[in-house]
Design a protein around this ligand. Structure first.
Ligand code: IMP
Ligand code: MG
Length: 184
C-alpha cells in the first residue's frame, strides 16, 4: 500500500538549491583537488546532479553505511558496509549525504575519514534536520532545513521505497513504529 504523501520541495526548487551549492563549492575549491564521497544509497541522485553542475574537476567515491534501530531514525550503532577506495591523504574532501538527522551516521564516519589525514573535510547535505541532532556534526553546505517529518523521493527512501520520485515528499502517515535495519 502506498503512503499518503505531500510535495514538499519541487524539482525546480531542488534544482535551484543544487545549482547554488554547486556554484559555492566550485568557487571555494577552484584550483584544488576535490574528492566528493557520496553516502549510499540516499545521496545518489543528489550527488549525480551536484557533480554535473560543478565547474571544477572532481573525483567521486562512495561509502555505504548501515545503522540499526527503528526505520525512521538511527540509534547510534553504525557499521561500514562499503568503504571508500580512494586515498584521501592531503586532499580536499566533501562528504555528500542525503539527510543529517541525529548526526550519528556522519559523526561516526567523518571521524573515521579524519584518520586518512585529508587536507580538509567538509560536509554537504541535501537536508538538515538540525532540531533532531544528538551528536554534533558541522554542516558546511546545506540544501534545505527540515524541522519535522519524514521525507522521501529524490533518492530518499522509506523502507527502500520512493527513491525514484523526482521531487521530495513528506509522508503524512506516522512512520515511527516501523522496526528493522536501516540503510542510510
Ligand atoms: P542519522 O545518523 O540519524 O543522522 O541518520 C541519517 C540517515 O537516516 C540518513 O542518511 C537517511 O538515510 C535516514 N533518514 C533520516 N531521516 C530521513 C527521512 O526523513 N527520510 C529518509 N531517510 C531519512
Ligand atoms: Mg534511508
Amino acid at each position: 500500500m502506498d503512503h499518503r504523501k505531500k510535495l514538499l520541495f519541487s524539482i525546480e526548487q531542488i534544482e535551484e538549491r543544487v545549482e547554488y551549492l554547486a556554484q559555492v563549492i566550485s568557487k571555494e575549491y577552484a584550483g584544488r583537488e576535490l574528492i566528493l564521497i557520496g553516502i549510499l544509497k540516499g545521496s545518489f541522485i543528489f550527488l549525480a546532479d551536484l557533480v554535473r553542475r560543478l565547474t571544477i574537476p572532481v573525483m567521486i567515491d562512495f561509502a555505504r553505511l548501515a545503522s540499526y534501530g527503528p526505520k525512521s531514525y538511527s540509534n547510534g550503532e553504525v557499521t561500514i558496509t562499503k568503504d571508500i577506495e580512494t586515498p584521501l591523504a592531503g586532499r580536499d574532501v566533501i562528504l555528500v549525504e542525503d539527510i543529517v538527522d541525529s548526526g550519528n551516521t556522519l559523526a561516526f564516519y567523518s571521524e573515521k575519514l579524519k584518520a586518512h589525514r585529508p587536507r580538509s573535510l567538509k560536509i554537504c547535505t541535501l537536508i538538515d534536520k538540525a532540531q533532531r541532532r544528538k551528536k554534533h556534526v558541522r554542516i558546511d553546505y546545506c540544501g534545505f532545513k527540515l524541522q519535522e517529518g519524514f521525507v522521501v523521493g529524490y533518492g530518499l527512501d522509506f523502507d527502500e521505497r520512493y527513491r525514484s520520485l523526482p521531487g521530495i515528499y513528506i509522508i503524512e502517515q506516522d512512520t515511527s513504529e516501523a522496526g528493522g535495519n536501516e540503510e542510510t
